[in-house]
Write a protein of this length. Structure first.
Length: 287
């Protein structure tokens, strides 16, 4: 068994604040990515192959990535992911995420290899990457390192009323309905669900059948993880508290009915239970 880390990144020339223009804590893109890379502590992980999957890079940025990772994979999509071109669904999807997933499939990994798909705006706790890898090797299903604030404020998750709880390496892990595109697991789960990821969300005019399973129009990620569970019974787990957090502002759903009564919608996606600002400052050399 070997571990393969694929980290998605791109050079955002239009904004000084990072990939999406919504990052928090970092002053600029380079401070964000260098601090997040430092939080991985890759030199402490044995038998890991790292690949930076960069979209629309520059010579300078490519040189930086080559100094940090074993491999650099280039795409030129200009956007994250979509499954529709205008009104029309596209089988196989479009965007950087799809290119990266196809790249991973081309590697012909062994079923027991650990595959981690990460984005460059995720900050890890001390030893967080190692614990994520360990969980992926022991848990049957997909494993997120992120305890998304969604879990505490929404009412439309398939698992909103009941979650299975596991204890792995002295951490609590619970089943969740969805997460971001940052996910890990044994390669067998990526292989079994590859076809599901390629099927676009289907709709006829204003009717989306996916609404049957939720009160909000599901995102691409939410649809994929629902399909993995509903059709293949492949579950998704996340830790309590999180091993990593998304350094991003919180963009609330447009439909207010998906919120539980009386909740306070957070301003950021920083997961609860960890002093992420202190962790960031320490790694960035600000303390």
């Amino acid at each position: 068994m070997k571990t393969y880390l694929y980290i998605r990144t791109y050079l955002d020339k239009s904004s000084a604040s990072g990939m999406s223009g919504r990052n928090v804590l970092a002053k600029n893109k380079m401070e964000m990515i260098t601090t997040c890379i430092k939080s991985l502590a890759l030199d402490e992980i044995d038998d890991i192959h790292t690949c930076a999957c960069v979209d629309n890079s520059s010579d300078e940025y490519t040189k930086f990535l080559e100094s940090e990772f074993d491999e650099v994979f280039h795409t030129s999509e200009g956007f994250d992911v979509n499954d529709h071109r205008g009104k029309w669904p596209v089988f196989g999807g479009m965007g950087n995420l799809i290119k990266v997933m196809n790249h991973i499939s081309s590697k012909e990994h062994n079923k027991n290899d650990i595959v981690l798909v990460l984005e460059d705006d995720y900050l890890f706790r001390a030893d967080g990457l190692r614990k994520w890898i360990q969980a992926c090797s022991e848990i049957d299903g997909f494993v997120s390192p992120f305890d998304h604030p969604d879990r505490y404020i929404r009412n439309d998750d398939l698992f909103s009323r009941r979650s299975d709880i596991l204890i792995v390496n002295d951490l609590h892990w619970r089943t969740i309905e969805a997460t971001t595109s940052v996910v890990g697991g044994r390669y067998e789960y990526f292989e079994r669900t590859a076809f599901l990821r390629k099927i676009p969300r289907f709709h006829v005019w204003f009717f989306w059948p996916s609404r049957i399973f939720g009160k909000e129009l599901p995102s691409i990620d939410r649809v994929f993880y629902r399909r993995a569970y509903l059709y293949l019974r492949i579950r998704l787990f996340s830790p309590i508290p999180g091993l990593a957090t998304h350094l991003s502002r919180f963009i609330p759903p447009q439909n207010p009915r998906v919120f539980k009564k009386g909740v306070i919608v957070p301003e950021t996606q920083l997961s609860p239970g960890v002093d992420w600002e202190k962790r960031f400052r320490e790694l960035a050399g600000e303390s």
